[in-house]
Design a protein around this ligand. Structure first.
Ligand code: ADP
Length: 641
């Protein structure tokens, strides 16, 4: 089984590993998606904030530039004449409104003749633009295009960086008048915009574009915006002050941990499912094996429920009753039993217990109503089909055995009958010879004749035992049951058997019961039982010991016990002791004599007198054989009154 399971197991764990990789990949994809989303959100935030910063920058610049544009309409209105006394308070007002204006200069005919405020800007006064090669090309372009333009940032003569907003002024007759230059403090403006950007978590840089396309930053997370203002274009580059946090390691670990757990759980589930499947398979296989063995067994077998209803029957059982399985299954077993034994069968079925059970004989009826003698043995099997405790019945056809037994008994009986008459004659003749009835026996013959007489007596005893047994088995032994006092019967038995016991140097001792006891027995059969038990006790007792005979009142029964101090009966022999021809040791026959029939006959006799026989023994501590007989009916009647 394990050989078949190994590739399956590899497959299961391979599946789990594959699943782990797929789940891990999914985790990585999800994390990537999550990271991208985060990045996109960050970009959106950056863009929104960069736009805000650009709006601030544009707002600041445009506000300032509009002031200068307003001034450009003043000069044509004055036909190009500049009256410093009139202009100064006005410029002062403009200067105070334009927060980033560093100075405003008027350059009629391209010469800077008026600067407000003059203080700090004296160096620039009188500057003639065509003489400044750095600025003049730009100024020329402004004049040519007649459009104001913002230039810079430039290093200012006065120091620092500035943006210069130059507005070309044309008189009403379209003749060129000169330039108005507004110098914006770039450093201050930039610092202010940068502060706004910092508040929004951005770092910015501002680059002039000079007509070029906005440069794409090398960094993906930087935002580039064009800032178009008055003929110039700048690029506002913004990036987050704090870089985007990489995805936390914990999240990745959690994802992989989950993937691992799920894969492991699925792997375990697959593993246990496969184990269950293979166990089921093995179970099915063993059930099939059992059913096959059951079905094909040469002995008849059947499963019955606790009410004796047949659940399953095997082929041998069907053959035995010559019926088809369908005619047997779900039928009570008693239907196939001879009517007079049905109650017995039900009793036997009800008495089945877990563990070893005794077998019993029964007569079944086959399809042709023929009686079949069977020996049944049973065991509790456990739950089968819908039944809690099914029983398995083993039914053995004993007709042949019984036939052979009968033949054997008949043979033994006829041989015994044939032997009895000549043996009686031989024993009688030997008795007469040894008794000296025919004259004195010559000493040379005496010993041999004694042995011959003893052996013929033993043969007579054997034949008498065999005939008794045969009579008992054939039910031909007559019993004359009579109520009688027990004490004289026991006294007789002891007296009759003492001579035999004395041969073994054993004394028989009778213990008188406390009160007189009566039993209902056949006196001759009781003395036969006593003779057997006493002779056995004497035979197996050590010389010089005592054999005790006692009687005990058990209420409705009387127990008669014969106790010896012999070697006891060994464990293995105990179950067979009441069987015919049973002897513990084959050498007993030679050493102690006997046929092995005595106890079998005693058991039959006691049972025919409605009694029980048994024994208690302990190795090395002697044996007590006992039998119990029903007390006399008058006693029973008086005790029930
Ligand atoms: P047997 O004629 O051989 O005595 P029994 O049927 O009376 O036949 O006894 C059968 C066997 O039981 C004996 O051979 C002996 O082994 C054993 N047995 C009987 N009684 C006793 C006893 N009191 N002590 C020990 N063993 C005994």
């Amino acid at each position: 089984m394990s050989i078949h399971n190994a590739p399956r197991q590899y497959l299961n764990w391979g599946t789990s590993l594959g699943l782990l990789l797929i789940l891990g990949l999914a985790v990585e994809l999800l994390l990537q998606q999550y990271g991208l989303r985060q990045q996109q959100a960050e970009q959106q935030r950056l863009l929104a904030h960069a736009n805000e910063v650009r709006a601030v920058l544009l707002g600041e610049l445009n506000a300032t530039l509009h002031l200068a544009t307003g001034l450009a309409t003043y000069i044509p209105a004055k036909a190009g004449r500049i009256d410093p006394a009139e202009l100064e308070p006005w410029l002062k007002g403009l200067f105070q409104q334009g927060r980033h204006i560093r100075n405003i200069g008027l350059a009629p005919g391209n010469r800077l003749t008026f600067i407000y405020p003059l203080a700090g800007n004296e160096a620039a006064l009188g500057l003639y633009y065509p003489d400044t090669p750095k600025q003049w090309p730009v100024i020329e372009r402004i004049i040519a295009s007649a459009k104001p333009m913002l230039d810079g940032p430039l290093l200012l003569v006065q120091g620092g960086q500035g943006l210069i907003y130059r507005v070309p002024v044309f008189l009403p007759d379209q003749s060129y008048w000169g330039l108005i230059s507004t110098v914006i403090d770039f450093d201050r403006l930039y610092a202010e915009v940068e502060a706004v950007a910092r508040q929004r978590g951005l770092s910015i840089s501002l680059l002039p574009l000079d007509g070029a396309l906005p440069q794409q930053s090398a960094e993906a997370e930087a935002i580039n915006l064009v800032v178009p203002v008055a003929g110039a274009s700048w690029q506002l580059q913004a990036r987050a002050l704090e870089p985007l946090q990489p995805l936390p390691l914990g999240l990745r670990l959690l994802g992989w941990g989950l993937a691992l757990t799920v894969s492991l759980l699925i792997g375990l589930a697959l593993h246990s499912q496969q184990r269950r499947a293979s166990l089921l398979l093995a179970l099915n296989q063993s059930q099939r094996d059992f059913l096959q063995a059951f079905e094909r067994a040469p002995q008849s077998m059947a499963l019955v429920d606790n009410r004796g209803c047949l659940l399953v029957v095997n082929q041998a059982f069907c053959r035995l009753l010559q019926l088809h399985a369908t005619q047997l299954v779900r039928q009570p077993l008693e239907h196939f039993c001879v009517p007079e034994e049905r109650a017995d069968l039900l009793q036997h079925l009800a008495a089945i217990r877990p563990g070893p059970n005794r077998s019993w004989t029964q007569h079944l009826l086959d399809a042709h109503q023929q009686r079949i003698a069977v020996e049944c043995s049973a065991a509790i099997l456990g739950p089968v089909a819908d039944t809690d405790q099914a029983r398995i019945l083993h039914i053995q056809d004993i007709r042949e055995r019984q036939r052979l037994q009968r033949l054997q008994n008949e043979f033994t009986a006829s041989v015994s009958h044939e032997l009895r008459t000549p043996l009686t004659a031989i024993a009688g003749a030997l008795g007469l010879i040894n008794g000296g009835a025919l004259g004195e026996v010559p000493p040379a013959m005496a010993e041999l004749l004694q042995i011959a007489q003893a052996n013929s007596q033993r043969l007579q005893a054997l034949i008498s035992d065999l005939l008794d047994m045969e009579k008992l088995l054939a039910g031909q032994m007559r019993f004359e049951l009579r109520e009688q006092p027990l004490w004289p019967l026991l006294q007789d038995a002891v007296a009759h058997n003492q001579p035999y016991a004395s041969q073994h140097q054993v004394t028989l001792q009778l213990q008188e019961p406390a009160a007189p006891l009566s039993v209902r027995v056949d006196a001759q059969r009781l003395s036969q039982v006593m003779a057997n038990l006493l002779s056995n006790a004497a035979k197996f007792s050590p010389p010089g010991s005592q054999v005790t005979v006692s009687a005990e009142d058990l209420g409705d029964r009387v127990r008669i016990a014969v106790r010896d101090r012999g070697p006891g009966i060994c464990e293995e022999f105990r179950p067979r002791i009441f069987s015919k021809f049973a002897q513990a040791d084959g050498s007993d026959r030679r050493q102690k004599g006997g046929t092995g029939l005595g106890l079998a006959i005693s058991k039959e006799l006691v049972e025919r007198m409605q009694g029980d026989i048994g024994f208690d023994t302990a190795a090395g501590n002697g044996t007590t054989f006992w039998f119990e007989l029903p007390v006399s009916t008058s006693r029973q009647e008086s005790s029930t009154l």
